[in-house]
Design a binder for this molecule. Structure first.
Ligand SMILES: [Zn+2]
Length: 309
C-alpha cells in the first residue's frame, strides 16, 4: 500500500508493508530534482514493488538513507540497487556498524528462515557515511541528521526535512503500537524521546518506521507513557515476594504474571502482526536484563566507594 502527502514542492510518500513483514514502512521524498528513499523494507517482493513505484515517477533516485540497524529496515537495499544501479546508501557510522550484527542476530534467532527466498541475507553496507549531527543536501532536499543513540535498536538515527516540516523517525517513535524495548534500552529510549522533544517542534509530522504518521508531541507523550508503564509493570512483578531466583531471574510463574500484565498494559496497541504475548515476552526479557545490569552497576559503584582509597 502507498500513501502520499505534499508540502509545497515536496511530496512525502509511504510504502506500508503487511503483517508478514511487521508492517514496516519505507518513505520517499520527491522533489522536482529527484527522490530520496528512507529505509528499504524487509522482503524482496515488497522492495521490488517499491522500486516499481519509484521508477513510475521517472525521476532519479538520489540516495537511500537508513534509519537504524534492524533487518526489517535495510534488507531490501540489494533489490533497490539492482533496480537503480549504484545509488549512495547513507547512514551514520553507529547505524552502519550495527547492521551485520543485526543480520547475524536475526539469522541466529531463526525467524528469517521462514521468509525463504523472499529475504536477502546479503547486507548491503552503507557507502556514504553521515556525521551524527550533520546537514546533508540531496538534489534540492536538505536533511538534518540526528543520532539518538541506542533506543529501540542499538542506534537510532532520525532525518529531519525542515522545508516540509517532517521528521523520519525510524523506530525511535511508533504510533499506536507497542514500543519495542527488546534490545534492552528502555531508559535510553526515554532519554532519546526527551532529546526529540528538545530538538523539534511538537507539531512536526513524524513518519515512523511502522504504522501511520503522527505529530511529534502526541507521539512523545504516548511513547513515553507506555515505556514508563512497562517499566512499572516489570518492577512491580519482580518486587513481589519469591518472584526472583538467586540469579536475579524471574521464576516461571512470575514471568507468566509479568507477560500477562504487559499484555494488559499494551491495551489495544498494534503488535506488528505478532502474538501480543510474544511481543510482551521479548520486552520483558530485556527489561529484566536492563534492571539486572543497572543493579550490578550500582553495586559495583557502591563497592568502589566503600573501598579505602
Ligand atoms: Zn522496525
Amino acid at each position: 500500500m502507498a500513501t502520499s502527502r505534499s508540502a509545497g514542492a515536496v511530496r512525502v510518500h509511504a510504502y506500508e508493508s503487511d503483517a508478514r513483514s511487521y508492517h514496516v514502512n519505507a518513505h520517499w521524498v520527491e522533489s522536482d530534482q529527484g527522490i530520496v528513499l528512507i529505509d528499504t523494507l524487509l522482503l524482496k517482493s515488497d522492495a521490488r514493488r517499491l522500486a516499481e513505484k519509484l521508477k513510475a515517477t521517472a525521476k532519479p533516485l538520489l540516495a537511500i538513507l537508513i534509519t537504524h540497524p534492524h533487518v526489517d529496515h535495510f534488507s531490501g537495499t540489494g533489490v533497490l540497487r539492482a533496480a537503480f544501479g549504484p545509488v549512495p546508501v547513507c547512514a551514520t557510522r553507529a547505524t552502519a556498524d550495527g547492521m551485520l550484527r543485526a543480520m547475524a542476530k536475526a539469522t541466529a534467532q531463526g525467524w528469517l528462515k521462514a521468509l525463504g527466498d523472499d529475504h536477502d541475507p546479503d547486507v548491503v553496507l552503507p557507502d556514504c557515511v553521515l556525521e551524527p549531527d550533520a546537514e546533508v543536501t540531496l538534489g534540492n532536499l536538505a536533511f538534518r541528521v540526528l543520532d539518538l543513540g541506542g533506543m529501540e535498536s542499538e542506534n537510532n538515527t532520525v532525518f529531519h526535512l525542515p522545508a516540509a516540516g517532517v521528521l523520519f523517525g525510524g523506530d525511535a517513535t511508533v504510533s499506536n503500537a507497542v514500543y519495542f524495548v527488546g534490545d534492552g534500552r528502555s531508559q535510553k529510549a526515554l532519554d532519546g524521546l526527551r532529546q526529540l522533544a528538545s530538538r523539534f517542534a511538537a507539531d512536526t509530522s513524524v513518519y515512523s518506521g511502522h504504522y501511520r504518521p503522527e505529530t511529534l508531541g502526541a507521539l512523545l507523550r504516548e511513547n513515553t507513557r507506555q515505556i514508563e508503564r512497562m517499566r512499572e509493570v516489570m518492577n512491580a512483578v519482580r518486587a513481589e515476594p519469591g518472584a526472583l531466583t538467586d540469579a536475579g531471574q524471574l521464576t516461571a510463574a512470575a514471568r507468566s504474571r509479568a507477560v500477562q500484565a504487559l499484555v494488559g498494559a499494551a491495551e489495544q496497541r498494534e503488535g506488528y502482526g505478532m502474538d501480543p504475548r510474544a511481543v510482551a515476552s521479548m520486552n520483558l526479557q530485556e527489561l529484566m536484563r536492563e534492571w539486572r545490569e543497572s543493579r550490578q552497576a550500582h553495586a559495583a559503584a557502591a563497592g568502589n566507594e566503600a573501598r579505602p582509597q
